[in-house]
Design a binder for this molecule. Structure first.
Ligand SMILES: [Zn+2]
Length: 255
């Protein structure tokens, strides 16, 4: 090994002494070559494999959400695709991954798992015609306070792995909504209904669809699907039914 490599390794070792790197899921100390997860938690990661099939439990739940949304208007919507990287129940250790990304500024983890997700989509025929990834926007006041949008961090890494652009100029959060965590399903849907819109510039360009075939809407976690449902409705008001809109997340919370 050259001097530079030795020095780098030595520095990393010293960093470990001051700031021990631990597994996000189980909290055990990481070995030098491990990143974010220990080997055991990496191997045990409950991958959904939803990216391999158009019909899956997450897509069924999401299609229920959008069906409720369009019932009033009576518009027909073909079955939307949905996929997540991993699934968990509320109390499982894997919930720490999105939590770390969202509340602890662990942007590196967001990039790591976002890239992992993007690689899964990249080998799926269902997602081979994707034109862009749109992250669920935060209200600007919240993004300003947090310093970043966790969905955008994940989306950027996933888009890079998939070889498509990430677009943050299309979907806009019009108003601030209450934190969703303490609301029930119905309250959550009411809380986010109409909170999103498509920017005027994007609406002018994309009304009619143009050459767009497939949009992936991305969020960190799928819980009830109400936030993604509200985003979907906003995009659908501009993009015609010929444009497929799929939803993709890192985590899928099982009912
Ligand atoms: Zn672990």
């Amino acid at each position: 090994m050259d001097m530079k490599g030795t020095l780098k390794k030595g520095l990393a070792g010293m960093m470990d002494m001051f700031l021990p790197r631990v597994c996000i899921v189980c909290g055990c100390r990481l070995l030098r070559h491990e990143r974010h997860l220990c080997l055991g938690c990496h191997m045990d990661m409950p991958l959904t494999r939803f990216w391999e099939r158009s019909h899956n439990p997450m897509a069924d739940r999401f299609n229920e959400v959008i069906q409720e949304g369009i019932e009033a208007g009576g518009a027909h919507e073909s079955y939307a695709y949905a996929a997540a990287l991993f699934l968990y129940h509320n109390e499982a250790g894997y919930r720490h991954i999105p939590y770390q990304i969202k509340y602890h500024g662990n942007i590196k983890a967001g990039e790591h798992f976002g890239a992992m997700l993007g690689k899964k989509l990249a080998v799926s025929p269902l997602y081979e015609d994707v034109d862009m990834i749109i992250p669920v926007p935060l209200h600007w006041t919240r993004q300003w306070k947090r310093g970043y949008n966790q969905a955008e961090v994940i989306a950027s890494a996933a888009a890079e792995a998939l070889g498509v652009p990430v677009r943050t100029d299309i979907l806009v959060r019009k108003r601030r909504t209450k934190t969703q965590t303490k609301l029930d399903i119905k309250e959550k849907a009411q809380n986010v209904a109409g909170a999103f819109t498509v920017s005027e510039d994007a609406a002018t360009i994309f009304r009619g669809g143009g050459s767009i075939r497939h949009i992936v809407l991305l969020d960190d976690v799928f819980t009830t699907g109400s936030t993604l449902g509200a985003c979907f409705q906003a995009l659908r008001s501009v993009f015609p039914p010929s444009v497929r809109i799929s939803v993709v997340t890192l985590g899928y919370v099982e009912r």
